[in-house]
Write a protein that binds this ligand. Sequence first.
Ligand SMILES: [Zn+2]
Length: 215
Amino acid sequence: MESGARQDRVVAGRIFGRIYAPCCRVTFATSRTIASDGGVSEGSGGFTNQGRIIINAETFAPYFWPTILRHEYIHALHQSQFVEQPRWLLEGVAVSLSESPVRSSWTPNRIRSADLADGLRRGGFSITIDWINDAHSHRNEGVSYALSGLVFDYLRFGGIPASEQRIFALMGALSRGGQARQAIESIYGCPIEKLDVDMAKWAFGLPIFSLGPRT
Ligand SMILES: [Zn+2]
């Protein structure tokens, strides 16, 4: 896990720059202790708050704990640098960096089986930025997590120049109170609908087999 955290710092550091993050206390909680540990939302594997990471050890098998821990650690790094980050940006960056550290872990098959194909055709980027509600929504959020992760895989690996600096700029623009669509269109230099089309083209053209490590 320690080498995983080191790799997260390297991968995340390409976007965040040098990270001055406080130490995080990690707690593995069970249904008996979760309330006193601060709680996690139903069905969620983990929770991050002010330098604390709580993993719900009963939601997922131990095999998934490293990925959940990495996901939560990315949140801790993100929230130590920026404020006012919408849900799609927080989760998209955490899913993308933890599941696709060096190349996209998505394949066309995985996109179909995660129910993302239809959303991509309708405009994956535009749909994603509507995901601004808090963690206690009753909607099934699996598709929102997956789609926002795919958006950030596209922004990182889709051939966009200065991709990491642009993501950093986007975080900064929203941190200063900017409006999402406006910030995206000015940072990426095109209407969001063009990003929708380009992302779908990139996603459906991904290699059939992912060479990326799934960690
Ligand atoms: Zn998360």
